[in-house]
Write a protein that binds this ligand. Sequence first.
Ligand SMILES: C[S@@+](CC[C@H](N)C(=O)[O-])C[C@H]1O[C@@H](n2cnc3c(N)ncnc32)[C@H](O)[C@@H]1O
Length: 243
Amino acid sequence: MSETQSHAGPISALRLDERLRDTKLFFSQALRTFHATGSILPSSGALAHEMAEHVRHRPDPDQPLRILEAGAGTGAISRGIAAAMRPGDTVDFVEANPEFSAYVEELLETDPVMSRVADAASVHTCLVNDMGTDRSYDVIVSGLPFANFTADQVEEVFDYYFTVLRPGGTLSFYGYLYTKEVKAVIAKREDYLRQARSSWVVQDRIDRYGIGSEKVFANVPPAWVHHLRKPEWESSSDHSRSV
Ligand SMILES: C[S@@+](CC[C@H](N)C(=O)[O-])C[C@H]1O[C@@H](n2cnc3c(N)ncnc32)[C@H](O)[C@@H]1O
């Protein structure tokens, strides 16, 4: 495991007023729906860069990728994905909050990095596991706040990802460093236990399918990015938790 200390990433090219607009919308939605939003600030360029690792580095450079981003928010990680996309790639941006999905639609017209991929992108306003299983992806990038979910919700989302991920495809997601330690001090007991249970489900998937984890300190708060690969031999019905 290595550590990504800093990376300016595509977001550094944004003008300050655009960055502030993202942050203002993100913060106001976080105050309204913290449980689903899971953070008070959008991800940094460094985190976006690491999350797009498997869009940038692909096993076959001539093979276009089908990409899913879950929980696009104000597009912080979407920009990292868009910057790494190549001609022929397609991307589905999925976001449950309609204020955020409308914002991502707008970015596809106005943002210099996002507008490059506008013809190859679709925005979906729904829960990611309501997208249906009649689709298949090479790369899934998930920004969902698993630490705020119950263990059953985490399991349901991972099952969905591993159903629509093609064998050999990758899933990248992040979690914040030290959340468990902070919750142990400040959270109510039931919330601490809920998070402990959901983190076991996450850890189980990392243990079974992990291919690398990176710490990204240049983010508020600092984060762990985990990269998983669905085995070539695994069918869609084999991937539920084995405990
Ligand atoms: C931690 S924020 C990440 C936003 C953005 N990707 C970033 O990194 O700044 C999580 C996002 O996931 C969305 N979300 C939460 N649960 C979801 C679900 N089940 N399906 C789709 N989006 C969801 C929230 O509305 C929120 O925008």
